[in-house]
Design a protein around this ligand. Structure first.
Ligand SMILES: *[C@@H]1O[C@H](CO)[C@@H](O)[C@H](O)[C@H]1NC(C)=O
Ligand SMILES: *[C@@H]1O[C@H](CO)[C@@H](O)[C@H](O)[C@H]1NC(C)=O
Ligand SMILES: *[C@@H]1O[C@H](CO)[C@@H](O)[C@H](O)[C@H]1NC(C)=O
Ligand SMILES: *[C@@H]1O[C@H](CO)[C@@H](O)[C@H](O)[C@H]1NC(C)=O
Ligand SMILES: *[C@@H]1O[C@H](CO)[C@@H](O)[C@H](O)[C@H]1NC(C)=O
Ligand SMILES: *[C@@H]1O[C@H](CO)[C@@H](O)[C@H](O)[C@H]1NC(C)=O
Ligand SMILES: *[C@@H]1O[C@H](CO)[C@@H](O)[C@H](O)[C@H]1NC(C)=O
Ligand SMILES: *[C@@H]1O[C@H](CO)[C@@H](O)[C@H](O)[C@H]1NC(C)=O
Length: 383
């Protein structure tokens, strides 16, 4: 399975770069010019810079999923704040511990991504040269540190509950220029925004409602980030009135399919979530209109698709069940065509496609995840 995923992931780099804006509109600056320049803040410690393909931890500040007390203090200053300093949330249910494993797994990846991106931008790596390194670099420095704090916090929750912390894997990022790098950041952040909704619901159901506001504060925080990524690419900051729901299974699958070097995670991570077969859109840019999209499916041939449906998840609407068509094998790839019903549902922002072995109807994204064979197929409409 891993070999097939690796092949498909490599292919993804060629076919699915997911730019923020239309390709060709190169970003000359990582962000709009600052409008104000207030009094200087506390001197910010230098961001820990590192690069590599594959990207490997630890960072120069020792970050390896957690931070020691000295480096936590430095990172707090760079992140412009601290972790919640109230009592540790113990004991959590097994299901909520799984949520915090998932959060740590994702945040450690995000640390890798933004560390590498910051390195590229500040070292004038080809494709990442920006004319104005002002607020864009400051934003990335803050985001990188904020992700370290998020990861450290999730691992601290696990440790406080007697669980081993999540360890880093090795990562590759599938991009080689700033515009596409910000586009990817937008896409995976949107998936996180949807997944944290899932985690809030579970915390509430599991009797840990005191943590719901803390997760809510991170949803807003990551939403600020995605607004920055969107505006940097020429899109308006807010994509739609109700952001798209996702689930832990979709987020975990996407991270493993796209960014984690296959086989590089330590067995001690032991995260009890499925990794679905891949579902990769071959369409590089998707605009706000009805259209037929083509997906690569990570199954070996079309036989496994018999009797399956294609489901779209967007906003907070009930999932839309449709049929894929034209299943075929071309150039060694299993492909299907799918209608993207933009107009009927105004499917802006993130849409999550899934191939399911049930035709529903589905009340929620988690109902879809329970019967998913391949996914998530991630579409981000450029508007
Ligand atoms: C914290 O980590 C840094 C970077 O690895 C190291 O230089 C420092 O000695 C560590 N401090 C403590 C108290 O462990
Ligand atoms: C961080 O370190 C500075 C300088 O040593 C110290 O004044 C401050 O209290 C520390 N802050 C925290 C939150 O530990
Ligand atoms: C940084 O640049 C290298 C070299 O082009 C590239 O392989 C890597 O994916 C880039 N990282 C990010 C996060 O854009
Ligand atoms: C990157 O380019 C900028 C602008 O030309 C320059 O100020 C800076 O020193 C360069 N940084 C490196 C690491 O070469
Ligand atoms: C999506 O990509 C497929 C495969 O490259 C192509 O045949 C199809 O026309 C594209 N659809 C749109 C709407 O661009
Ligand atoms: C894929 O399916 C074909 C035909 O059913 C079979 O010959 C081949 O061995 C399969 N390949 C893998 C990697 O499972
Ligand atoms: C999907 O195909 C099935 C079987 O042909 C059909 O009954 C169903 O109406 C189709 N659904 C949609 C949304 O087109
Ligand atoms: C559908 O897929 C789910 C998830 O893989 C699996 O648990 C379930 O048994 C499957 N159901 C059928 C009828 O194949």
């Amino acid at each position: 399975m891993y070999t097939r995923l690796a092949v498909a992931a490599a292919l993804l780099s060629a076919v699915n770069a997911v730019p923020v804006a239309q390709s060709g509109t190169a970003t000359s600056s990582a962000a709009p010019a600052p409008t104000t320049s207030g009094p200087p803040a506390i001197a910010t410690p230098a961001a820990p810079l590192k690069s590599g393909t594959p990207f490997q931890f630890p960072l120069p500040n020792g970050f390896n999923g957690t931070l020691n007390a000295t480096e936590l203090n430095n990172t707090n200053i760079q992140a412009q704040g601290t972790q919640p300093n109230g009592a540790a949330p113990v004991p959590l249910t097994e299901d909520d511990l799984l949520s915090f494993q998932m959060i740590a797994f994702n945040e450690i990846f995000e640390v890798a991504y933004f560390t590498d991106l910051l390195y590229n931008v500040t070292n004038n790596v080809t494709g990442y040269v920006v004319t104005d390194q002002g607020i864009g670099v400051k934003a990335l420095q803050a985001i990188q540190a904020q992700e370290e704090i998020h990861a450290d916090n999730a691992n601290n929750v696990l440790i406080a509950n007697g669980q081993p912390p999540i360890q880093p894997c090795e990562y590759h990022f599938l991009v080689d220029n700033l515009n596409e790098a910000l586009g990817h950041a937008k896409l995976f952040t949107d998936v996180v925004l949807g997944t944290l909704q899932d985690i809030q619901m579970r915390l509430a159901q599991n009797g840990a409602s005191a943590l719901v506001p803390i997760i809510g504060s991170v949803i807003g925080q990551e939403g600020e980030q995605t607004g920055f990524f969107r505006q940097s690419g020429g899109l308006i900051p807010s994509s739609q009135p109700f952001l798209t729901r996702a689930t832990r299974e979709f987020a975990y699958s996407a991270l493993n399919q796209l960014f984690v070097v296959p086989g590089s995670c330590p067995p001690s991570n032991n995260i009890n979530l499925p990794i679905f077969d891949m579902l990769v859109p071959l369409n590089k840019t998707v605009y706000a209109e009805d259209q037929t999209l083509t997906f690569l499916v990570g199954t070996n041939g079309t036989a496994a698709l018999e009797g399956t449906s294609f489901v779209w998840i967007n906003s907070q609407n009930t999932p839309v069940v449709t049929n894929w068509t034209n299943a075929r094998v071309a150039g060694g790839m299993t492909l299907v065509d799918v209608d993207f019903p933009y107009t009927e549902y105004l499917m802006n922002g993130l849409s999550i496609g899934a191939i399911t072995n049930s035709s529903g109807p589905f009340a929620s994204a988690e109902d879809v995840a329970k019967v998913t064979l391949a996914g998530p197929g991630l579409i981000d409409v450029l508007q």
